[in-house]
Unconditional design. Structure first.
Length: 94
């Protein structure tokens, strides 16, 4: 995916830490990959589709997290009470 004003380069030295700037909101990133991921927040594009319910997502990570709702997968277990959670952040809140 390409965006106007975004170059496909990497930092040349440690001094050039935040070299990748979002052309829409001017947020800075140290890695081009992080900028590319961030740019999806400014886009209406949702290329990742759940095969079960057709829900659409901007990032593959979000689709994978969503898919656990359909599979019933709950790999995160509370050591104190044994309750299981699909997501680590839900276990942490518990």
């Amino acid at each position: 995916m390409s965006y106007p004003g975004v170059q496909n380069s990497s930092p040349k030295s440690p001094a050039s830490n935040k070299r990748h700037k979002c052309p829409y909101c001017s947020t800075d990133f140290t890695r081009h990959h992080n900028l590319k991921s961030h740019l999806l927040t400014h886009s209406q594009e949702k290329p990742y589709v759940c095969q079960t319910c057709q829900a659409r997502f901007r990032r593959l990570h979000d689709l994978k997290r969503h898919t656990k709702l359909h599979t019933g997968e709950r790999p995160h277990t509370c050591d104190k009470c044994g309750r299981r959670f699909a997501r680590g952040d839900a276990l942490a809140r518990h």
